[in-house]
Design a protein around this ligand. Structure first.
Ligand SMILES: [Zn+2]
Length: 632
């Protein structure tokens, strides 16, 4: 590099260091010049510029018979000097009364109900004071709260309940300002029937619980301000096993040993993540393995990831999901999408970061396979999406934010960051990201602010670099931009050679599959063409035990192949898989595949009738329209 340009870089670097950006605040009582202006969130009724919730203190009792949580939420507010009311988000909550902390009743009104936004709860504030107490109970149908009967659990003896707040469901179990830009600390006292245990996305102050009149009370505290969708609760027959100094697993007693074995690498993953993006700022990192109806792979509730039991393959082959949830401790939980239109800032960053953790722990070849699978998922899903929904930044006005939870946010977002990495060089991009997390820790982030930050701190007027990245094409344009960094997996090239050999007549037993990981199997099944004969499918199943596999990802891929070929020997396993777990990623595509065929629709409805009672509302809500289900 010529000396002059080296000097220019030095000067730029020094200027960058000497002028750190002022850290904006969301405190409405701060001077306007220091305030972070939040974009309007079309998915919240809150008016945070007038009065903003800063802390939620819950005192709740879980009533399994009535399928209700009831008690109080004490909200601490930042009030603008002239604010005389506060607007909260609620949905399906029975509001009994609102008072001051000393019991003086306050006037409140509930507005008209919108199907997914719910109802605004407007409370007239007292002359002075910054706390209000809402007395309420949840509905048995609260969308965030799933009450499981004992036979929906693995143990089969005790009931179970868990919450899932993302995207806008926290308002169905507590009255608060339910917008990801409105960060709140929280604490909770939760009384549960003995001998059940309550766990939350917070520090557990009473691990043993305290005896109460009507059960056992557990107390929790989260001192870091988090977006309300990350407040989470689960209650069940739970055991704990330590995995490392700051890591462990919670699960039903019959599952906890398998979970601890499967997740043994968690501590190494945290070390790898810290090496990349700076300190883990949440204290402990535990994983709660939920009963099989959990609709998602995982949910990154801080300090306590909620995870599907479908990752328990017995051979640690599906732990990239934990790398993903752990990565959210930086992207999502630390720096958070300000609105759901910015969702890619949570998921694209996290998917990229997940891949980097997997590379650090399991090697580059493994990470390239994951990346290659991610690109393929993206291409498949993009083909079905309208162009406007292929932008990273979405227009979700008047829509359910779940509409934006597609592969675009995850896989196109990750491809964007990977492209920046390749264009700028890994070392420089890593330094940029680490600085980004440090500067914006515990803050909401908008797409526009990120693009400004990218220009100011990484691109820095370098037109050639900008041309290799093309940020606007990614964020405001459809499809995968031409500049996207290519993905090459040599391991997958070897898999393709084996698939060709099979198609050319080599017996499955003679294929070179011994060292294959889950990802190689997934790729093998994916590259097999349509139109295989029943004999070919029989031979594959006999050689590799695909119908019997305990690996949920491989089984899922095989079942899709089976449906595509109407391979009926696999259908009992298909039915069993759809009935025994409710992870939407698996359930929805299988029902879609069946519904697309002329012969499969009736079968799909028959299986769904059996499976649906065990599903979470989120999964059922996705499948219902596919099968035209109206309670029949
Ligand atoms: Zn995620």
């Amino acid at each position: 590099m010529p000396v002059r340009s080296l000097l220019a870089v030095l000067v730029l670097t020094l200027t960058g260091c000497a002028q750190p950006q002022p850290v904006a605040t969301t405190d409405v009582t701060a001077p306007a010049s220091e305030r972070l202006v939040l974009p309007e969130d079309v998915h919240s009724y809150a008016r945070p510029a007038e009065a903003r919730v800063t802390d939620v203190a819950l005192d709740l009792t879980a009533d399994f018979a009535a399928k209700q949580l009831h008690g109080t939420a004490t909200l601490t507010l930042d009030r603008a000097p002239d604010a005389d009311e506060v607007v909260l988000d609620t949905r399906d909550l029975a509001i009994e009364q609102v008072t001051t902390p000393d019991g003086t009743p306050l006037t409140f009104t509930l507005g008209a109900a919108d199907p997914f936004l719910g109802q605004p709860l407007t409370v007239t504030l007292p002359e002075t004071g910054d706390r209000i107490v809402v007395h309420y109970r949840t509905s048995p149908e609260a969308a965030a709260v799933q009450w499981l009967s004992p036979d929906q659990t693995t143990g089969g003896t005790h009931p179970f309940v868990f919450t899932q707040g993302q995207a806008i469901l926290t308002r169905t179990w507590m009255p608060t300002q339910d917008s990801p830009g409105i960060r709140q600390t929280y604490s909770a006292e939760v009384t549960v029937p003995t001998p059940l245990t309550a766990v939350m996305s917070a520090e557990m102050l009473t691990p043993e619980g305290e005896p109460a009149e009507d059960g056992t009370t557990y107390r929790f505290r989260m001192d870091e301000a988090i977006p309300p969708y990350l407040i989470a609760l689960a209650i069940g027959d739970l055991d704990f096993r330590e995995v490392g100094p700051r890591t462990g697993v919670w699960a039903e007693p019959s599952v906890v040993e398998a979970a601890a074995y499967e997740l043994a690498d968690m501590e190494a993953m945290i070390d790898a993540a810290e090496g990349l993006y700076g300190p883990y700022r949440w204290g402990r990192y535990d994983v709660l393995v939920l009963p099989p109806s959990f609709p998602f792979g995982g949910m990154e509730n801080p300090r306590l990831t909620f995870a599907t039991p479908t990752i328990l393959a017995g051979d640690r082959s599906l732990v990239s999901l934990i790398a993903h949830e752990l990565a959210h401790s930086w992207s999502g939980n630390l720096v958070t999408n300000a609105t759901w239109a910015d969702f890619w800032l949570n998921e694209g960053f996290t998917s990229y970061f997940e891949n980097r953790i997997m590379e650090a722990v399991y090697g580059a070849e493994y990470a390239r396979m994951l990346e290659s699978l991610s690109r393929r998922d993206l291409a498949a899903e993009m083909a079905d999406l309208p162009e406007a929904d292929q932008h990273l930044f979405l227009d979700l006005d008047g829509r359910d934010p779940d509409d934006g939870m597609t592969a675009i946010a995850y896989d196109k977002g990750a491809a964007f960051l990977r492209t920046i990495e390749v264009a700028a060089g890994r070392e420089r991009f890593d330094a940029f990201l680490r600085d980004y997390f440090d500067r914006h820790a515990f803050q909401p982030m908008t797409t526009e602010r990120f693009l400004d930050h990218l220009d100011a701190e990484l691109i820095r007027g370098d037109a050639a670099l900008r041309a290799r990245i093309q940020p606007e094409a990614w964020v405001y344009g459809p499809g995968l931009p031409d500049v996207a960094a290519p993905v090459v997996s040599e391991a997958f090239a070897r898999v393709e050679a084996q698939a060709e050999a099979f198609l050319a007549g080599t017996a499955p037993e003679s294929l070179e599959t011994d060292a294959w990981t889950t990802h190689e199997w997934l790729h093998f099944l994916e590259v097999l063409p349509d139109g295989l004969s029943a004999e070919q499918l029989d031979a594959l199943d006999a050689a590799f035990g695909l119908t019997e596999t305990g690996n949920s990802e491989v089984l899922f891929a095989w079942l899709r192949t089976a449906i595509a070929h109407r391979y009926e020997p696999a259908f009992p396993a298909l039915r069993d898989f759809l009935v025994r777990q409710g992870r939407r990623k698996f359930v929805l595509p299988l029902f879609q595949d069946l519904a697309r065929t002329d012969w499969g629709r009736a079968l799909a409805r028959e299986i769904y009738r059996e499976a649906r009672p065990g599903y979470h509302a989120i999964t059922a809500g996705s499948v219902d329209p596919v099968l035209g289900w109206e309670g029949g």
